[in-house]
Design a binder for this molecule. Structure first.
Ligand code: GRG
Length: 302
């Protein structure tokens, strides 16, 4: 059990608990088979266990708490989005995309294993996400499970994250302006973060007005998260980030930092933080930790 909200005001501690729970859940779902394809399981475990900030499951949990959603249900939906996130990182690191050797301070999956295994590990995680969501253990009501599956499919697919990745790949040739970069990041990074917040509302049968307020908060959060990512890519440390930095400039991509300057981007993120918190007003003190997540998204160092 995670500690109850009353004794757990500290976001860092709650996040550490979510990290531990995610590791345990992935361990339980991915036992190593005594079979010829055990290598695939090793690769998936490499990508999912023992790393990452687990921001997306944390968001499902905090959003779900606003509507009385059980921890178990929220963390199952959180695991589903974390599986898709891991799929996207494995595929993004491949030589045909970003060609990276380091992720979360460890060799990327195609480096630790090989390219074909990395493609299959990413594919398997995409499938695992929907297996978990569609399981009655996630929610007894099939209509709720179906809404989770449909909305996550949209967030991950061509109209969401994968579409954003397509624009990103084309970005050096497109010379995007601020509206273009915002649109790219809303899809590539924002769609899964927004789904994480929406998932808590779906599980808790939240009202339309609550969903609208959370969607506005999510939009700000996604942009804050991406501006922080751009700043880390611009001025962070590789050892701390656990991944190669300075990639965007080297690839000739437009980012919030290249368009606004580092200080301008930081200022824009601070404005978005104030706006994000304002959208949480209808939920009162119950939503304080979501406000802290938005602050963490900006001040994080990796
Ligand atoms: C390959 C379909 C496909 C999509 C790839 C999300 C994505 C699209 C690529 C990831 C590349 C990247 C570094 C994007 C910037 C924002 C981002 C998603 C950063 C990583 O997310 P964190 O910081 O990672 O939450 P951790 O390691 O903490 O889980």
């Amino acid at each position: 059990m995670l500690e109850p909200r009353e004794t757990m005001p500290d976001l860092a501690r709650l996040r550490a608990d979510v990290c531990a729970r995610m590791d345990k859940m992935f361990e339980a779902l991915l036992p190593l088979p005594d079979a010829p394809h055990a290598r695939l399981y090793l690769a998936i475990r490499h990508a999912t266990i023992g790393g990452g900030k687990r921001l997306r499951p944390l968001l499902v949990l905090l959003s779900g708490r606003l509507f009385g959603v059980s921890e178990d249900a929220a963390l199952r939906a959180g695991l589903a989005v974390e599986a898709i996130h891991a799929h996207s990182l494995i595929h993004d690191d491949l030589p045909c995309m970003d060609d990276d050797d380091l992720r979360r301070g460890r060799p990327t999956v195609h480096r630790a294993f090989d390219e074909a295994t990395a493609v299959l590990a990413g594919d398997s995680l995409l499938a695992l996400a929907f297996e978990v969501l569609a399981d009655p253990e996630t929610h007894p009501d099939a209509a709720i499970r179906s809404e989770l599956v449909v909305s996550l499919s949209r967030a991950a697919g061509a109209a969401g994250m994968a579409g954003g990745q397509m624009i990103d790949i084309s970005a050096p040739a497109l010379t995007l302006d601020l509206a273009g970069v915002t649109q790219l990041q809303r899809l590539k990074t924002g769609a899964l973060l927004a789904w994480s917040i929406e998932a808590g509302a779906i599980l808790g049968r939240a009202s339309d007005s609550s969903r609208r307020a959370l969607a506005l908060y999510a939009n700000c959060l996604g942009l804050i998260f991406q501006i922080a990512d751009d700043l880390l890519d611009h001025e962070g440390e590789e050892a701390r980030a656990g991944k190669r930095i300075g990639k965007d400039a080297a690839a000739g991509k437009q980012t919030f930092v290249s368009l606004l300057g580092a200080e301008g981007a930081r200022q824009r993120a601070r404005e978005l933080l104030a706006e994000a918190v304002s959208h949480l007003a209808p939920f009162g003190a119950e939503a304080a930790l979501l406000g802290e997540v938005a602050e963490f998204a900006l001040t994080r160092d990796h």
